[in-house]
Structures are given as C-alpha cells and as structure tokens.
Ligand binder design. Structure first.
Ligand SMILES: *Cc1c(COP(=O)(O)O)cnc(C)c1O
Length: 353
C-alpha cells in the first residue's frame, strides 16, 4: 500500500512473557519475589480515590523530593518516569542527537538498539571480551553518546567504578548513561562520580529491588542542566507521564529503607546459595551481582533445558541470539521457588546428559 511508505517501521522490543498460572514459578523477568514495603500496602489499601479525578502532579514533586533526600542530591538533579524504560527512552531522545553513532555493548539490554532504531540514532556495538567484561578502550572512538548497564544484563557482571570512570573520562563531550537497574543487589553505583562529571546520567528503577514492577517507576540522577533538558523533552511529549498512585506509593517505598535493605540482602543470600548449587549441577556462569544468574550447562543445551522447564511451568529467559544462545537467565526467586527449580534440574539432568 502506498501509505505504508510513510509509516515509521520498527521491530519492537520483546518483553519476557507474563504467564499467569496458579502453580507456576516465574523467574523470567527479574521481578522481586517479595511484596513491596508494608507502608506501600497500607497506603494502597486506604488510597483516596477522589484524587483520581484530578491530573497528577506533572513535576512528581513528592517522589522527586523523596529520592533527592535518599540519595543526597538536589531535587533539580532527579527526573522520574514510568519505569526506567520511560526514563531511558526520554534520555535517548534528549541526549543522543548526533550524527555520530552511540556506543553500547553487544551483549546487553536488548532495548537499546530498539530505541536507537525508533529515533533513527546511529549506533555501533562494542563486543564484550571473552569473560563478558566491557573493554573500556572500545569507548575511545568518536561517538554521539555512550550507554551501558552496570551490572550488565543479561550477564549480571559488574564493572568497577574505575572502569566506569575511565569510560566517562574519555567521553566528556557526550552524555554517558549508566543503567543501574540491578545496582542494589551488590553492584557499585556511579552516583559518587556525579560531582566530577556533568555529562553523567545514572538511571535506576523501582521494578527490581523495590518490588514495584507493576507500578512502573524509574528515575535518573544527573547534573541539573541534564535534568532540565530531559524535562523540556518530557513536557514536549506528555506532561502527565506518572500517575497519582505511582507517585504516592513510590514515596512510601523510598521511606522504608530497612525493608528495602532486608529484601535486597535476602535476594543476594539466595543468589549466592543458588550459585553453589548450580555449579554442582554442572552449570557455569559469570559471577552475577544482580538478581539473576546467566547460566550455561556443560553438556545440555540451554534451549533444551528452557523447554523442559517451561513444560514444568518454571519460566526462565532464553534468547536465541549470537553469543548467548547457550545461556539461561534465571531470576532469583524465594528460597522455596529456587529449591523447586534446582530439584527439577537435578532430576532432568540426571535423565538427559
Ligand atoms: C529491567 C530493566 C530496565 C527497565 O526496567 P523498568 O521496569 O522499565 O524500570 C532497564 N534496564 C535494564 C538493564 C533492565 O534490566
């Protein structure tokens, strides 16, 4: 059809499936296996529905203030969005506006190339080394911006603050975005580098460590100038991105630091135990500091294991893509969920290798 010539055509990002079966074990989208903080539940139960008549605060003031206080920065350094996907999409649109390619790793969050294609931003991928680490020297070529997650996804591998700083230092003429979706599970945040580099944007989310994937809350912290540019784009696109319940409940989640620390520590504990047990079953994996493990079995192909798990209503993530087609990304669930996964694997591998 003629009209189709003028349509913007994109290949969309494919999110992990959201099955809803009574007895399933869902370890495929890195959600938190524990509920949000008790204060969130309380506030949700008593939420004033009359307030839904009005538009929400387009500046998300209460949530911005709560985050600024928590991270020890000025409110003008914080930007909030509908999940960090929204924050990242806005940041791509705002900061990656050059004819030079943006740079990101080959094995990484698979949304980056989708946004680049959507906004027609040229990009170049830089291969991780054979141990899945970023090679900082790759980020010394001319570019229009840099983005990478730390810890990386789907490997779970953290880069040191030195490596992160080396990349920022070499790229002070462009914006460098560090996607810290998993930093609360033992990574090292780049936030302390904000004092030194005005071109750094640190992006985080409530979806994983704060157990609120369903509300869609993400945020970023950076220099006030960066945040102003980001807000200019946001207010040119959709003023009321974040709904009222999300703003209110988000504040409650930030307030309960003890619960946040307890939940993330519990996930980390379980992760370390599961690492040992997976190794005993013949799996190898990078030493994850995230809430998932990216595992390959020594003899049985990942796809075979993936299908068998799925049959048993145990959902993990698998990509049939170069370099990662023999790995499964397994989210850390409760101890009970992980025991059921490990029990299944033990039996399956005994029969199939
Ligand atoms: C999960 C994830 C996000 C997005 O999470 P939101 O739910 O949109 O906040 C962003 N980056 C990475 C690397 C992720 O894994």
């Amino acid at each position: 059809m003629k009209w189709e010539e003028n349509v913007r055509k994109v290949v969309p990002y494919v999110a992990g499936e959201q099955p809803n079966k009574p007895d399933m074990i869902k370890l495929n989208t890195n959600e938190c296996p524990y509920p949000p903080a008790p204060g969130v539940r309380e506030l949700a139960a008593g939420m004033d529905c009359d307030a839904l008549r009005l538009y929400p605060d387009s500046n998300t003031t209460l949530l911005v203030d709560a985050l600024a206080e928590y991270y020890g920065v000025k409110p003008g350094q914080v930007f909030v969005g509908v999940g960090s996907d929204d924050v990242l999409a806005m940041a791509f649109m705002t900061f990656f506006n050059s004819d030079r390619p943006i740079l990101f790793p080959d094995v990484t969050y698979s949304f980056y190339d989708v946004w680049a294609e959507l906004y027609r931003i040229p990009y170049r991928i830089c291969a991780l080394d054979e141990d899945w680490h970023i090679r900082p020297e790759d980020y010394r070529q001319p570019n229009g911006g840099v983005i990478f997650p730390n810890p990386n996804a789907p490997t779970g591998l953290p880069e040191s603050l030195d490596t992160v700083e080396e990349i920022i230092q070499a790229n002070q003429d462009v914006v460098v975005i560090v996607d810290e979706a998993y930093v609360d599970f033992g990574g090292v945040s780049a936030l302390p580098l904000l004092e030194k580099y005005e071109n750094l944007l640190v992006v985080q989310t409530f979806s994983k460590s704060r157990a609120m994937a369903g509300l869609r809350i993400g945020f970023c912290i950076g220099n006030e100038r960066l945040i102003r540019y980001l807000n200019d784009v946001k207010f040119s696109f959709n003023s009321y991105t974040m709904n009222y319940p999300a703003q209110m409940l988000g504040v409650e989640a930030v307030r309960d630091d003890a619960y946040f620390k307890a939940v993330t520590a519990k996930v980390v504990d379980t992760r370390e135990r599961v690492k040992k047990e997976l190794a005993q079953l013949g799996f190898t994996f990078p030493d994850s500091r995230a809430n998932f493990i990216f595992a390959s079995h020594r003899t049985v192909p990942a796809e075979t294991i993936f299908r068998a798990l799925r049959e048993a209503d145990i959902y993990v993530r698998y990509w049939n893509k170069p370099r990662i087609s023999n790995s499964l990304r397994i989210t850390i669930g409760t101890d009970e969920q992980m025991d059921r996964l490990l029990g299944f694997l033990k039996e399956f591998l005994a029969e199939n290798q």
